[in-house]
Design a protein around this ligand. Structure first.
Ligand SMILES: [Zn+2]
Length: 432
């Protein structure tokens, strides 16, 4: 039975789900990444329909590249397709189990596409004022318009139907930190996949090296433009700057010095070199010696032979193993415990659309479903408590529907840590 019709490169192909699926590690059918990647080529977008219905209505579908998890590609039904799949369609079985929660979300600030080498490129939609991007680029405001996602339609991973574009036309904007986070993730992937023989773990310098390499490879874009033009990772080969140049500088924080004039100098380690950035006291209040060994990103201007801070620095703690980005001391403690288990620990730095847009603190991989880990470190903040209750409620539902396991460490509970460790041991024993 013909189930799928592809229109590919002016050619119409027919096939069925067997070509797009494979048997996974546990004997269940999963999406076949290799087969889907072929149809996700950005230069030749493919139109896919499912012909499972008896009434000749076709169900429009598209290929989705999932930002996290091991199965990076899957075939999704367009939200406003002309009809639903028939109950006996294989797509029913293969459907992403979390899809109910998806419709809540509009177009993400972070999008992925493939470059001509078949590598994934991240584009971060960022408010040019919040990011200082406008100043960095020295461009007039209207070059970064709200319809930025409409440009170069042929280079998207998939073509959307008109209905889909209309309902998803608003794209969220990331903060400056969101851009750095995506850049870190790309750099981290580079570092992990370029480990030397015998090297098990990566360190902070490997991350910086990876970020530098992938910036030069144009793997990170802000508002569809390479960040190469607006960023530096300090490098000893770069010795000349133009007066008035504005850049994002990213590296490892190497402490502060105070000059003879009483001004603060922030030291940033890049690739085999350290650059100093002068910091007006009002912009560098929170920078002190405790910040050492963190990732630091600053927006600075080169003036009178000196880099000078123009915005507050953005600083993140990287913790071992593998220089993991963590957002608090308590997260760092939790990560230290989790990384000693036999689970693979993932830190989702991007929103998980399949979890209703939540972004859990950690995800443990190894069981038949993900273990979602939340660490609640703040006590006595009503806004935080409200969000916490919402998350707990959602995770309870997902767990009762057997989509996830849920593990939490609640600092506001007296025995929160003991309960966390006990539940973790219980889950780990399921691995046997
Ligand atoms: Zn179908």
């Amino acid at each position: 039975m013909v189930l799928i019709r592809y229109e590919y490169d002016n050619e119409t192909l027919k096939g069925d789900y067997d070509e797009l699926t494979a048997f996974g590690a546990r004997g269940k059918k999963v999406w076949n990444k290799e087969a889907l990647v072929k149809y996700a080529e950005p230069q030749r977008p493919v139109h896919i329909v499912c012909c499972c219905r008896n009434d000749n209505q076709e169900v429009n579908m598209h290929i989705v590249e999932k930002p996290i998890g091991s199965h990076r590609y899957y075939l999704a039904t367009n939200p406003k397709s002309s009809g639903k799949h028939s109950p006996d369609c294989p797509k029913h079985v293969l459907d992403d189990p979390f899809k109910k929660a998806k419709a809540v979300y509009t177009k993400s600030a972070v999008q992925f596409r493939l470059n001509s080498a078949g590598e994934s490129v991240v584009d971060v939609s960022i408010n040019p004022f919040a990011g200082g991007i406008r100043e960095q680029n020295g461009e007039p405001i209207d070059t970064v318009s709200s319809d930025v996602e409409q440009t170069k339609p042929g280079r998207k991973i998939y073509e959307e139907s008109d209905e889909m574009s209309a309902s998803h036309s608003r794209r969220a904007k990331a903060e400056f930190g969101g851009l750095i986070r995506e850049w870190y993730l790309i750099g981290r992937e580079f570092a992990l996949s370029n480990r030397k023989n015998g090297q098990t773990h990566i360190n902070r310098r490997d991350i910086i090296h990876g970020m530098w390499r992938e910036m030069l490879n144009d793997r990170v874009l802000a508002n569809e433009q390479s960040i190469k033009n607006i960023s530096f990772v300090p490098h000893k080969s770069i010795t000349q700057h133009r007066d008035g140049d504005r850049k994002i500088l990213v590296g490892l924080f190497e402490g502060v010095d105070t000059t003879a004039f009483g001004e603060m100098q922030i030291n940033i380690r890049g690739i085999n070199t350290i650059w100093s950035v002068s910091a007006p006291p009002e912009l560098a209040k929170k920078i002190d010696s405790k910040t050492v060994n963190r990732l630091i990103s600053v927006r600075a201007q080169w003036r009178n032979e000196d880099w000078r801070l123009t915005h507050k620095p953005f600083v993140v703690l990287l913790t071992d193993p593998d220089a993991m980005w963590v957002e608090s001391e308590i997260e760092m403690r939790a990560y230290a415990v989790l990384s000693k288990t036999r689970f693979e620990v993932q830190k989702p730095l991007r929103i998980m659309e399949d979890l209703g847009g939540l972004r859990p603190d950690f995800v443990l991989i190894g069981l038949d479903r993900p273990v979602i880990v939340e660490v609640y470190g703040r006590v006595g903040d009503p806004d935080y408590d409200e969000h916490k209750e919402l998350k707990q409620g959602l995770y309870d539902i997902y767990e009762s529907e057997q989509r996830i396991y849920y593990l939490e460490w609640d600092l506001s509970e007296k025995d929160g840590m003991a309960a966390f460790l006990e539940r973790l041991r219980e889950l780990e024993s399921k691995l046997d």
